[in-house]
Each structure stands twice: as structure tokens, then as C-alpha cells.
Design a protein around this ligand. Structure first.
Ligand SMILES: Cc1ncc(COP(=O)(O)O)c(C=O)c1O
Length: 286
């Protein structure tokens, strides 16, 4: 974090070193909370409304009250304003937990604790051109997550373990596979292209429906690229022409190999086109 930047915690902007949550915070004890990550390009929030809507769905899914989106947007702008002018890209993190109460599984009694609301902005380094050109290696892992992956909860241990397994195997990320079907990566969705058709997993409860996934589908549609949302297998993935990840900070990132098998076109034309279109939508080519 840049020196002197504040974070927002429970109604106040405080220096990061003074931002503390209780040992009884239910986020800490039970991962009882939800979150969002939003890309900030040139001081502007990318697709804020889509992220806010998803945060609303996540909060409703775990029976937490809605947040005031316009208030959060004002605070987010203040936090973004603390970035130096040279900082072209950053991420905004929002987390809401069920608040602080003596440890017990059931919800705290109504009115006994407000939710904990945390927000910070931190600089991010853009993914290098070389990484995009070469693509990244991934491995496949069993998707042993719960059945409500569509909720963006802070309970990310399976994702953490899968990502670490990827790193321990010299890979960039892990691709979850449920009953032979490819779902997504640890913090990104996955697309493949075959004979000019774009494929990605349908938005069921078994994937986190990415905002970037949605944007990329719209960008593909605008270019008349056919899209197929039928579930696909690892075998199909291995015969694809192109495979790539999509995510808020991942953007559109080509995959070079899967479990050591090279992808036909690691940095293929569709991925590069869609990345360019995404950057255009984010105002980077203006
Ligand atoms: C499991 C998972 N899938 C997909 C995504 C991509 O979502 P988005 O494009 O909204 O960042 C994320 C983002 O964090 C994620 O955690």
C-alpha cells in the first residue's frame, strides 16, 4: 500500500495501520461474508454497476442487508483520489461480513451488530505484454468446492489450496473440474475457442459468474463471434485452438499449456482481439 493511503472501515476513513477488526468478527471466525474486487483504470471504476449488482446478490444469498451503493461509490472515489497520478491501475476491494459477536454458529440476534464493511484501493501492476504473448501454464484439479460457488463469499480455502498446488507444480493457475466438466479457475473464468466458436461454462451455481466473463461475451457478440455456453470436458479443452482466462485483474489471459499439454495457439487471435476490446471498453486506448 502507498504510504498515507486510507482504508474505509465501518463508516470511517482510517490509516491502514489503524484499521482493525475484532477477533469475534464473523468473517474471521466463519468466513461469514462476501466481497467484490473491481478494476480501477485511470482512476475510473470498471463496470461498477455490474459489481454492485453482484454484491447485492451475494449479500442477499447469505441473508445480509443490502449496502448503499451510492455511498460506497463516493467513498471509493475518495480512496481512488489518494492514488498518485502515475498510478494508472488499481483494484478496489469491498468486503462485508456479518459483524462482530461472541462465537456461535447461528446468526447474532437481530440488531445486535452491524455488518463489518471494509474497502480499500491498492495499486496493481498491469499483466506484462510478454506474459500475454507467451500465455501461462495451468493444471487441472478436482472441483471440490461447495455447491453455491455463484455466491462471491470470502470462504476461499479450496481456491487458495488449488492456486498453491498450481504454484508448487510450476503453473500459474489451476482449472477446476467437476465430474469431468471444466468449471473455472481459482479466481477467473475459463474460455476456449474451437473452429471460430467461443465456449465457456454456463452461469450455473457451479461457477462464479464473472463480470469480465459477461463483458467478454458482450464483446464477442459485438464482433459476431459465435458463442456456445454448453458445458465442456477436459478432453475438449485439450483439443481447443485457444484457451484463456477472464477476470477482473486477470483481464483476458491466454493459457499456453494444460497439465503440460501445449495449447495449439497459446496467444491466439480471438484472445488478443478480446483483450484489446476490453481495454478499449476500459478507456485505455482513448
Ligand atoms: C472463482 C472465481 N471465478 C471467476 C472470477 C472472475 O470474476 P470477475 O470477472 O468478476 O473478476 C473470480 C474473480 O475473483 C473468481 O474468484
Amino acid at each position: 500500500m502507498l504510504n498515507g493511503m486510507h482504508v474505509y472501515l465501518n463508516g470511517k476513513l482510517v490509516p491502514e495501520s489503524q484499521a482493525m477488526v475484532s477477533i469475534d468478527d464473523r468473517g474471521f471466525l466463519f468466513a461469514d461474508g462476501v466481497y467484490e474486487v473491481i478494476h480501477v483504470y485511470r482512476q475510473k471504476l470498471f463496470e461498477w454497476n455490474l459489481h454492485l449488482a453482484r454484491l447485492g446478490r451475494s449479500l442477499a444469498a447469505i441473508q445480509l442487508p443490502a449496502v448503499d451503493g451510492s455511498e460506497l461509490a463516493l467513498i471509493a472515489e475518495q480512496l481512488i483520489g489518494e492514488l498518485g497520478p502515475e498510478q494508472s491501475e488499481a483494484s478496489l476491494y469491498i468486503e462485508v461480513t456479518r459483524g462482530t459477536h461472541r462465537r456461535a454458529h447461528g446468526f447474532p440476534p437481530p440488531g445486535s451488530t452491524p455488518p463489518t464493511i471494509l474497502m480499500w484501493v491498492r495499486p496493481v501492476s498491469p499483466i506484462s505484454k510478454e506474459t500475454v504473448e507467451h500465455g501461462v501454464p495451468v493444471i487441472t484439479v478436482p472441483d471440490d468446492r461447495w455447491a453455491k460457488v455463484w455466491v462471491k463469499t470470502i470462504g476461499l480455502l479450496p481456491n487458495v489450496l488449488a492456486k498453491e498446488k498450481a504454484h508448487q507444480n510450476g503453473a500459474f493457475d489451476a482449472i477446476f473440474v467437476r465430474d469431468g466438466i471444466v468449471t473455472e479457475a481459482t479466481s477467473a473464468n475459463i474460455f476456449m475457442a474451437k473452429d471460430g466458436v467461443l465456449y465457456t461454462a454456463p452461469a450455473t451455481n457451479y461457477i462464479l459468474s464473472g463480470i469480465t466473463r459477461q463483458v467478454v461475451l458482450e464483446l464477442a457478440q459485438a464482433r459476431n463471434i459465435p458463442v456456445n455456453l454448453t458445458p465442456f470436458s477436459v478432453e475438449q479443452l485439450l483439443t481447443a485452438d485457444e484457451v484463456f482466462l477472464t477476470g477482473t485483474l486477470t483481464e483476458v489471459l491466454p493459457i499456453a499449456s494444460i497439465d503440460g499439454y501445449p495449447v495449439k495457439s497459446p496467444s491466439g487471435p480471438l484472445a488478443l482481439q478480446l483483450l484489446q476490446d476490453l481495454h478499449e471498453r476500459a478507456g485505455l486506448h482513448a
